[in-house]
Design a protein around this ligand. Structure first.
Ligand code: PLP
Length: 447
């Protein structure tokens, strides 16, 4: 490989670590998709990361398209973020009492998202906590029990959201039967409070709201889907989402993946969405564990201690995490041209993949928006995959073979057909050429 010395297929250290990990951790990993279940082969244990590259425990260098599943929009080990964390570290890691950095990060988030109606923000420790808390708030405000989510959207692993969920569930779920929770351990009675509709199907959402709108506290959605692979909402679907308000239902845009990635105002800013509540994660913590939810003061002031909707956290707002988030958002705000750069890279990557696949006679349908991209292994026009059912038609085993070839060549793509890849500011012309050279070979092997 051009990238690595030694070759990335020599994984003695990673294999040894994985064997040890399986003795002490379920499946050897702390998050399922990392085990490479759907693509085969062995997971690489990562020793360090810098810019667009990972170095695995065997010393091979890999060009990274996962970006820690989204947070590393500036690239790994960015100096401004590292210095902010190091600076905060000198003063202790957690106080269990308020600190200035929480105020600074909240002010920054409100400043960046005020046009979306955000006046208050509450920090938690993950995207899962953010969506779970936003839904509790919606139920507390409306006094209603039911929620609506979309098939194949993923909002973290809170019980009520593990229903027809995307991401790792699409590739690892054990089949539990019809219209059931996506996970064992979620009571059917609880899952029954989660109604499921189809993404990009405005008529289905309208019909569901006509019938049951009066019972529905909130509709939660990915404003651009990453967790069925990339799906882009149609204008008609966005209009139907806004109509749910006519039923007194709150609209929750889950921007955990898209927030500060598709624009400084996230997917909502980019696509003109006006949600009641927003949730964030990933980039907002700059690579440390942070989630957040926010919205109008009138809604958010229902959260404790201002209001009766309880939510708390021992490590919430800790100075290290706040410093990393603040440094990341400040850097993005200071360099708005980055978004153009990311989009240009991802568009060139999309074009290159399309022609490489075509030359090799491999059917591929590419969806790309900003720095998010999925190349679905199926015979459909580019940009035409809009629904979960369409995404699910992809040939996951062809993808897996392509993925393994890319990895052998030192390019670490997302290890699932049903995920987005993430481009960072550290990806430049060298990385684009390396990737497309590898992709041409990988498609040729399939074709
Ligand atoms: N919401 C969305 C849209 C996500 O993509 C994710 C994670 O990938 C989550 C929520 C959950 O976030 P976390 O993994 O930080 O709990």
């Amino acid at each position: 490989s051009l990238l690595s010395q030694p070759a990335p297929e020599r994984l003695a250290v990673s294999e040894g670590l994985f064997a040890r990990a399986r003795q002490v951790t379920p499946g050897g990993v702390n998050s399922p998709v990392r085990a490479f279940g759907s693509v085969g082969g062995h997971p690489h244990f990562i020793a360090s990361a810098d810019g667009a590259y990972l170095t695995n425990a065997d010393g091979a260098r890999l060009l990274d398209y996962i970006g820690s599943w989204g947070p590393m929009i500036l690239g790994h080990n960015h100096p401004a973020v590292r210095e902010a964390i190091t600076g905060a570290l000198q003063g202790g890691t957690s106080f269990g009492a308020p600190n200035e950095r929480e105020v600074l990060l909240a002010e920054k988030v409100v400043e960046l998202t005020r046009e979306l109606g955000v006046e208050r923000v509450r920090f938690v420790n993950s995207g899962t906590e953010a969506t779970m808390s936003a839904l509790r708030l919606a139920r507390g405000v409306t006094g209603r029990s039911h929620i609506v989510k979309f098939r194949g959207n993923y909002h973290g692993h809170a019980d009520g959201l593990l229903v027809e969920a995307g991401s790792g569930l699409l590739t690892t779920a054990h089949h539990l039967g019809e219209a059931a929770p996506s996970s064992a351990g979620v009571p059917q009675e609880y899952a029954a409070l989660t109604l499921v509709s189809e993404y990009n199907d405005p008529a289905a959402l309208d019909a569901l709201m006509q019938e049951r709108g009066h019972e529905i506290a909130a509709v939660i959605f990915e404003p651009v889907v990453g967790n069925s692979g990339v799906l882009i909402p149609t204008p008609d679907f966005l209009a139907a989402l806004h109509r749910v308000r006519e039923h007194g239902t709150l609209l929750i845009a889950d921007e955990v993946m898209t927030g500060f990635r598709l624009s400084l105002q996230g997917a909502s800013g980019l696509l003109g969405i006006q949600p009641d509540l927003l949730t964030w994660g990933k980039i907002i913590g700059g690579g440390l564990p942070v989630g957040a939810y926010g919205g109008r003061a009138e809604l958010m002031e229902h959260v404790s201690p201002s209001g009766p909707v309880y939510q708390a956290g021992t490590l919430s707002g800790n100075p290290l995490a706040m410093a990393a988030g603040l440094a990341t958002l400040s850097e993005l705000q200071a360099r708005p041209e980055l978004y153009t750069q990311l989009d240009r890279y991802a568009a060139a990557l999309a074009d290159g993949l399309k022609s490489a696949a075509q030359e090799a006679g491999v059917p591929v349908s590419v969806n790309q928006i900003g720095s998010m991209l999925t190349a679905f292994h199926q015979d459909a026009p580019h940009g035409s995959v809009q629904t979960y059912q369409q995404a699910a038609r992809s040939d996951a085993s062809a993808f897996a073979a392509w993925f393994r070839s890319m990895l052998r060549q030192g390019v670490y793509w997302a290890p699932s057909q049903f995920e987005s890849i993430f481009v960072s500011a550290a990806h430049g012309d060298t990385e684009l050429n390396l990737t497309l050279d590898a992709a041409r070979r990988a498609y040729a092997e399939l074709g």
